[in-house]
Design a protein around this ligand. Structure first.
Ligand code: ADP
Ligand SMILES: Nc1ccn([C@@H]2O[C@H](COP(=O)(O)O)[C@@H](O)[C@H]2O)c(=O)n1
Ligand code: MG
Length: 470
């Protein structure tokens, strides 16, 4: 589809680096394991802020879009860092010949300092951000802006996608697009009104530096964007979508901070796209099953990543030794009938010959649950259990199932509960009672309604998956 006709251009690939997910392996895998059986301690990893990069040509509306996002979020956990703040101050010589200075070249910025500053924010420290004056091309020598660490950091500027190290910090990259003539008109107005310039100097600087640098550095960095916003601040649909995405992230962030045993898989636009499909009431049954299966497979793979492993060496066909790991062998799946059965195939596909037990829990009255049936392997107490149920709502069924497993001798820490969607109420209920088990989910929803249904949710998963909803 040509970009010009796309209202909001989703690049259907990872929009975010490892984030809020228990699968942030960097640093963990770089040091070789030292004992034969290792349990990853994911819970000891700090929760990283969500970093959004906003780039685009001069006067495309970057600052305007960021201000709108922050205003709509109305949340103190979001901070804005402008690349402009890291412009190098001009030397007296450079100042004398300011018309020859290229403010649009990457070298005009102190990127090292910006990286240091963002690095500190990421590690939870407050920073003093310089204050830059566009009228005299200098940083203030006395004043700084104190910025405190936060859950969401927005990094905005013409060249924030240029440097790979800066780009790599970002979980989401937004490019604000506007036609060159619109940008030039805005720039003339802004620079003459706010930045103390005259029209001639603006036009001269634009032709000599701004436009060539846009072509050489800004435009080529557009390819890194996950989302492209045409019409900048006028594009309310795009801004609403982005705000909604950030809100979801913040909601997850809170729960992940409270309960270190909840793991939300790394969110990408692929995953959001699949959720959009399975949550759509008008999707065909075939597509519902297809996309649910894809998501279930991802959750299962993430869940397996939390199992302990042992070191193993193999000899490759080149005769050399490869030092790797061996999977945990003592495993068992347990599905909560009936929806949980939809997750069995994915588990079987990943773990050849895995034993799968079943638990049937019946709703008793409004909110009570009664165990009706269970069939579990005899040696279940010696196995790590992957408990399967696609939706965690109140947490009552899950708690009953977990209690039964514990009664059968399964250590709480050997249980990994896998689901596609979790309601915050269910997370509170399960995580509070069983702090050492792990929950792996693909999205955390807003809440339960008065009928104990997950909102926005996806309706009765079992009925939709097994075709008994009509
Ligand atoms: N959608 C818009 N319509 C009209 N004027 C706008 C719009 N977006 C931004 N502007 C104005 O254009 C100028 C440049 O916008 P700004 O957000 O500062 O761009 P950037 O940060 O990308 O350089 C500002 O004076 C701003 O008020
Ligand atoms: N002393 C300076 C520093 C920068 N500029 C121009 O600012 C532009 C970047 O800011 P935006 O808000 O427009 O993204 C950039 O194009 C520089 O040319 C300047 O004129 N003087
Ligand atoms: Mg700006």
């Amino acid at each position: 589809m040509p970009e010009e006709t796309t209202p909001i251009d989703y690049v259907m690939e990872a929009a975010s680096g490892p984030h809020f997910s228990g699968l942030r392996l960097d640093g963990l895998l770089s040091s070789p394991p030292s004992s034969p059986a290792h349990h990853f301690s994911f819970s000891s990893l700090p929760i990283q802020p969500f970093i959004i990069g906003v780039s685009g040509g001069t006067a495309s509306g970057k600052t305007t879009v960021c201000d709108m996002i922050i205003q709509q979020l109305h949340d103190h956990r979001v901070i804005l860092v402008n690349q402009d703040s890291f412009y190098r101050g001009l030397t007296p010589d450079e100042l004398k010949r300011v018309q020859e200075y290229n403010f649009d070249h990457p070298d005009a910025f102190d990127t090292e300092q910006m990286l240091e500053c963002v690095g500190k924010l990421i590690s939870g420290q407050s920073v003093q951000v310089p204050i830059y004056d566009f009228k005299n091309h200098q940083r203030s020598s006395e004043n700084f802006r104190q910025v405190n660490a936060s859950d969401v950091i927005i990094l905005e500027g013409i060249l924030v996608f240029h440097d790979q190290e800066v780009r790599d910090l970002m979980n989401m990259k937004i490019f604000v697009d506007a036609d060159a003539d619109v940008r030039l008109a805005r720039r003339i107005r802004r620079d003459t009104v706010e930045r103390g310039r005259d029209i001639n100097s603006v036009l001269e600087q634009y032709a000599k530096f701004v436009k060539p640098a846009f072509d050489d550095f800004v435009l080529p960095s557009k390819k890194y964007a996950d989302v492209i916003i045409p019409r900048g601040g006028d594009n309310h649909v795009a801004i609403d979508l982005i705000v909604q995405h950030i809100r979801t992230k913040l909601g997850q962030h809170d729960l992940c901070k409270i309960y270190p045993n909840i793991y939300v898989i790394h969110s990408t636009f692929q995953i959001r796209g699949m959720h959009t499909l399975i949550r759509d009431q008008d999707i065909s049954k075939h597509d519902f099953v297809f996309y649910s299966d894809r998501l279930i497979r991802l959750v299962v793979e993430h869940g397996l990543g939390h199992l302990p492993f042992t070191e193993k060496q193999v000899v490759t066909p080149t005769g050399s030794v490869y030092s790797g790991v061996d999977f945990c062998k003592k495993l068992c799946g347990v599905s909560i009938v009936r929806s949980g059965e939809s997750m069995e195939n994915a588990l079987r596909t990943c773990c050849k010959g895995i034993k799968i037990g079943k638990i049937l829990i019946h709703r008793d009255g409004d909110n009570g649950k009664q165990l009706i049936y269970e069939k579990l392997p005899k040696d279940i107490s010696e196995r790590h259990v992957l408990l399967l149920d696609p939706v965690l709502a109140t947490g009552n069924s899950a708690n009953q199932a977990i209690e039964l497993l514990i009664q059968k001798g399964v250590p709480e820490s050997h249980i990994i509960f896998l689901n596609l969607i979790s309601a915050p109420e269910g997370i509170h209920c399960v995580c509070k009672r069983f702090p050492s088990l792990k929950i792996v989910t693909s999205e955390i929803d807003v809440a339960l309604n008065e009928e104990y249904r997950v909102i926005p949710g996806l309706g009765e998963f079992g009925d939709r998956y097994f075709g008994t909803d009509d």
